[in-house]
Design a protein around this ligand. Structure first.
Ligand SMILES: Cc1cc2nc3c(=O)[nH]c(=O)nc-3n(C[C@H](O)[C@H](O)[C@H](O)COP(=O)(O)O)c2cc1C
Length: 424
């Protein structure tokens, strides 16, 4: 009902007349209390990172830090980018089912992966050419992972060597090595030995890359490693001078898993990375050469998860390579429930592609994953602010995951189960 005074109607005698709000001059101390300027650091990267609330914020910060061809190499997907979009759409279809008044004042987001503790169910996955994103590259990523208490998987296509990454992060760091079965089986076996000698705990064999998927943006940008100096890249230099100065004044940007200074070895390595003729028999050979946990990355169907198990795998990563390989490939989150149902007691199931928030991790764990890997997200952090940027990414995931558990009414990641989530 409208108030009589507002409509100009007469006020009934029982309602007292409206009193004017009393005004006064505020005391300076009251104003001082309200003025809270965010501390401004002399380091622009610190301010940039402080402002970022989400992985998406860091993505936008990254876009402004590096040449366009580098950003698009990281950010892009294969062909029409359908799989890349669908992986996000699947996470957007997640609906949580909370329970209330459960008295969980603390939540525990820790877990264990292949028998080792992890601060949260998150792994920084293997990504090639990290030193393109930031001149400190894999060293910065490995340190951030060690400080965050989670594993980092170094790729075969690394721009810092197996041994140099192993020297970062201290004795407790959990280091994983990602292997491609290469045409040169001798080199493949050599890398397995080097990873073992350098103290890597888990070997991840990626199997979804018989050839490289086509990322059209890379083709159109004339993307190459190291970047070619063309009229276009020279224009880039003028736009992103800091990135170029860092690139040109630090160690050359090369593949680092083969010894530096041997151009022939390099050429041999690059020509022979992907071998479309590899089979599960090759995987079994890798199994025989590696006595630690073996994970097969790039599994996309329940049938192949069984084959990986038969070849001796301890775990699989359900992955579409972030939508960078076969476009229109299955969406990992949708494949997960069946694989978890049928093989969850025999394989440690990991998932990647499109994991952008701590809530995404909660959903994947609820549907049967032990942990999630991420690729692009930590590269956005790396581009935006080096090691501190990667740490920020880990902090964002941890805070979001903790908040999701609180709001779901669950005390720990171990309590996440299929009852907590459905795909709409
Ligand atoms: C720039 C870039 C390079 C990558 N290089 C490799 C690689 O060398 N080996 C590999 O197994 N996966 C590689 N991946 C795939 C990631 O390990 C991971 O599967 C994928 O990024 C997950 O999707 P997300 O980026 O949406 O998190 C790469 C991904 C990106 C973005």
């Amino acid at each position: 009902m409208t108030a009589p005074e507002a409509t100009g109607a007469t006020r009934p005698a029982s309602v007292p007349p409206r009193r004017r709000t009393a005004r006064r001059i505020p005391r300076p101390s009251e104003i001082r209390q309200l003025v809270q300027l965010d501390p401004i650091s002399p380091r622009p990267a610190t301010n940039r990172l402080r402002r970022a609330l989400t992985v998406e914020d860091l993505r936008e910060a990254a876009r402004r830090r590096v040449p366009r061809s580098v950003f698009e190499f990281v950010d892009g997907g294969a062909e029409d980018e359908l799989t890349m979009r669908r992986t996000r759409e699947a996470f957007e279809r997640v609906e949580f089912r909370p329970t209330v008044l459960n008295g969980a004042s603390e939540v525990d987001i820790t877990t264990s992966l292949f028998g080792r503790p992890s601060a949260l169910p998150l792994v920084l996955g293997p990504t090639g050419f990290c030193r393109l994103s930031h001149h400190e590259g894999e060293r910065a990523v490995a340190r951030a992972a060690a400080l965050g208490g989670i594993p980092f998987a170094l790729t075969t296509m690394g721009t810092v060597s197996i041994e140099d990454v192993a020297a970062v992060g201290g004795p407790d760091a959990d280091r994983w090595f990602q292997l491609y079965i290469m045409r040169d089986r001798g080199l493949t076996a050599e890398l397995v030995q080097r990873a073992k000698t350098a103290g890597y705990s888990v070997l991840v064999v990626t199997v979804d890359t018989p050839v490289t998927g086509q990322r059209r943006k890379d083709v159109r940008n004339g993307f190459s490693v190291p970047p070619k100096l063309t009229p276009r890249t020279l224009l880039d230099i003028s736009r992103r001078p800091e990135w170029w100065i860092n690139l040109l004044t630090t160690e050359p940007l090369v593949f680092a898993t083969v010894p530096a200074g041997e151009p022939e070895a390099h050429a041999r390595f690059i020509d022979g990375v992907f071998d479309p003729s590899a089979t599960f028999a090759d995987l079994a050979q890798v199994r025989a050469a590696w006595d630690g946990p073996l994970v097969v990355k790039g599994i996309q169907t329940v049938e192949d998860a069984y084959r990986a198990l038969d070849a001796g795998a301890d775990g699989v990563v359900l992955s579409s390579h972030g939508g960078r390989q076969l476009d229109r490939s299955p969406v990992a989150l949708e494949v997960l429930p069946r694989v978890a149902d049928e093989l969850g007691d025999r394989l440690e199931i990991l998932l990647d592609s499109g994991v952008r928030t701590g809530a995404d991790i909660a959903a994947a764990v609820a549907l049967g994953a032990k942990a999630c890997l991420v690729g692009r997200p930590y590269l956005y952090g790396l581009m935006a602010g080096g090691e501190a940027g990667v740490r920020k990414v880990i902090d964002i995931y941890a805070a979001e995951l903790r908040r999701s558990l609180h709001l779901l009414g669950l005390p720990s990641v171990a309590a996440l189960g299929p009852g907590a989530v459905r795909l709409r």
